[in-house]
Design a protein. Structure first.
Length: 645
């Protein structure tokens, strides 16, 4: 049977419009599958059953309810490959690009198989995006959806690690174990690779409590990328919001079960799983792009379009999901619930999250429909929710403007710490950043600030300081230690502790100190807060050990800042509700040349300083000699002293 052989049959009983997607049923003792797809402006929709040889059977879905075409097809069960063809008006000026020549993925499909073929066959138009429709059949050139059985939840209870105890590692499933010598070759670059004991053991040794996986929704390379002979590596071009990326399975077709295995293994080690999700756009790009699903079913419902049918591009990638449209909201919420429920995920980092809060591409609204629905959902409300608080436009920069339930990537922290450690600025801004960035997150908690200096966007830590010569290693160590010991939620890009110099022991020591010292990971901000003793919870000192005043705050030549954190009232509790206590701590940040620093402390402190951490040593072990309450420093240095007595 050729790829163009078509059998049209009509055996289809009505079924119901929900749930959307393909749902296997026991229909009178026989296998059957209900198909339901949103296409409100279509005159009709066929479900196309694709054979192993590439042929198809086209079955019209006869029922149209709430804009959803649906029906039950007997004799169809898990493993069946399928797609949809929509028939109806071609009117690009209104955003309607219905073209029955194009086989379309199921937007709710939970598994995707196949690759992209001839790019011309994927275009819904002939020569002009606003001209005549293409008559080229895309079957054989486009991936297809696959019916899957109902998937059980992963085993074990949710971890729900407190935010103030959370340490995040951002990593790419395909790259993280791609060359790992202790991972079986067949598992490298896969979900099962992350489940390997040697990989999990490294995360535990570092002190990681959550992995933030770069996109694992099934993705495809954009047409413009393919035309350059390249492929999309990072995954920020989604082809499905429900299907795990098949390229990360050790065995194609087993991606759901392998993803479950990975999640269960990480949970067993006490490590949460956070997904980087790209609900702001799809791989279809702009109006001159391909049509593999959403565009051919309901472009005006899924995408932000202007009055002439053009995409409103807030993402820099050609299109923007209309997160105020009912069908888009339903799709995103159903996807989130599926991953948090059936797939066992603990949280989500929303790529270009600001784009999801801008109705019609206008002003940002923290109470946008999608955000309100996420906060009100009983399952999602218990997940960790993180925003990348900007989009690709100037108006989309919204750091600190998300609702209280959200944490946010803090690029202000990133930029300030990079500048400080390079010796480019004074200490005024880093004082705000290392103490939780309350100026950005007023009325919230310090953990709302996701503190980082590197991520998948941009340079590694070593690359950032490649110009530093003899101070390069010290500079990297200071960057990483600063993130580990700042108030807020630390996030580290995968591999920053490796490279030419293995800093695993160093970063592990820094995070062990954070874990053991609740005063350094407080759950409340310091501003205006006195402890139960009546003393300030936070005091800053200059290099001379003098409390900072207006002059020293405004001295741009200053390269040393000391932060005293009172440990008498840390306001954190154990899992069973017991209040935690701690000693007081002094952190010394120095980004200049040779200097003598007199350790600062409040007048009421009559104890001694015990060195606990030194970023200038290869493993962070303290080597600093305190003489008459002074220490000598040179180059990028972060020291931690425990106040004893």
């Amino acid at each position: 049977m050729s790829s163009h052989t078509v059998h049209t049959v009509s055996q289809c009983s009505p079924g119901t419009p929900f749930p959307l997607g393909a749902t296997p049923l026991d229909h009178g003792g026989a296998a059957a599958t209900q198909f339901a797809v949103h296409a409100p402006d279509a005159d009709g929709v066929d479900v196309c059953l694709i054979s192993k040889s590439g042929g198809q059977k086209r079955i019209p879905l006869t029922q149209h309810t709430y804009g959803i075409w649906h029906g039950i097809v007997e004799g169809v069960g898990p493993g069946q490959r399928y797609g949809f063809r929509a028939r109806g008006e071609w009117n690009p000026g209104r955003g309607l690009r219905t073209n029955p020549a194009k086989l379309l993925l199921d937007p709710w499909g939970k598994r995707v198989t196949g690759r992209l073929g001839d790019g011309r066959a994927l275009l819904p138009y002939d020569d002009d995006p606003f001209g005549a429709p293409s008559t080229v059949d895309s079957l054989g050139h486009v991936p297809v959806s696959v019916v899957v059985p109902g998937s059980a939840r992963t085993s074990g209870p949710r971890l729900e690690t407190p935010w103030e105890e959370t340490v995040i590692r951002e990593l790419h499933v395909g790259s993280y174990t791609a060359r790992h010598p202790n991972v079986p070759a067949s598992y490298r670059g896969t979900y099962l690779g992350l489940a390997e004991p040697t990989v999990i053991g490294h995360l535990i040794h570092l002190g990681v409590t959550a992995v933030e996986l770069l996109p694992v929704h099934a993705f495809l390379s954009e047409q413009t990328v393919r035309e350059r002979g390249m492929r999309n590596h990072w995954g920020y071009s989604p082809a499905s919001f429900f299907a795990p990326h098949p390229g990360y399975a050790s065995v194609r077709g087993h991606e759901i079960t392998e993803f479950h295995t990975m999640v269960d293994a990480l949970h067993a080690a006490g490590i949460e799983v956070i997904l980087d999700v790209v609900y702001n756009r799809t791989c279809e790009q702009g109006v001159d792009g391909i049509s593999i699903g959403w565009r051919g079913l309901d472009a005006p419902g899924y995408y932000l379009l202007d009055d002439n049918g053009y995409d409103i591009d807030l993402t820099g990638c050609g299109n923007t999901i209309d997160a105020h449209s009912p069908i888009a909201i339903r799709m995103i919420l159903d996807s989130l619930r599926y991953w948090a429920g059936d797939m066992g995920v603990d949280g989500f980092r929303f790529d270009l999250a600001a784009a999801l809060g801008r109705r019609g591409g206008g002003e940002f609204d923290r109470a946008a429909s999608l955000f309100a629905a996420i906060s009100a959902d009983p399952l999602l409300a218990r997940c960790k929710i993180i925003a990348e608080p900007w989009d690709a436009t100037k108006a989309g920069y919204q750091l600190g403007n998300f609702d209280r339930a959200w944490s946010e990537w803090n690029d202000s922290y990133r930029d300030a710490m990079r500048r400080f450690w390079k010796g480019e600025t004074g200490v005024r801004e880093i004082a705000s950043r290392i103490s939780g960035s309350e100026d950005h997150f007023t009325g919230r908690r310090p953990w709302a600030s996701i503190n980082y200096v590197t991520s998948h966007d941009g340079f590694t830590a070593a690359d950032l300081v490649s110009h530093e010569g003899s101070h390069q290693r010290a500079h990297v160590r200071a960057l990483l230690a600063g993130v580990a010991l700042s108030t807020g939620t630390p996030m580290f890009a995968a591999g920053d502790e490796l490279g030419r110099h293995d800093l695993t022991a160093f970063l592990g020591r820094a995070l062990a100190l954070r874990r053991a010292a609740p005063a350094l990971r407080q759950a409340e901000f310091f501003e205006g807060r006195d402890n139960t003793t009546g003393h300030p919870a936070l005091v800053f000192f200059d290099a001379d050990g003098t409390e900072m005043d207006d002059g020293s705050w405004n001295d741009e030549s200053s390269r040393t800042l000391q932060m005293w954190v009172d440990g008498s009232d840390v306001r954190s509790r154990t899992a069973d509700g017991r209040e935690l206590t701690d000693d007081s701590w002094l952190l010394v940040f120095h980004a200049g040349g040779p200097a003598t620093v007199r350790l600062g402390c409040p007048e009421r402190f009559y104890g001694t300083f015990r060195a606990e951490f030194d970023s200038t040593t290869p493993d962070g072990a303290p080597s600093t000699i305190v003489s008459d309450a002074t220490v000598s420093v040179d180059g990028p240095t972060l020291l931690a002293f425990r106040g004893v007595g």
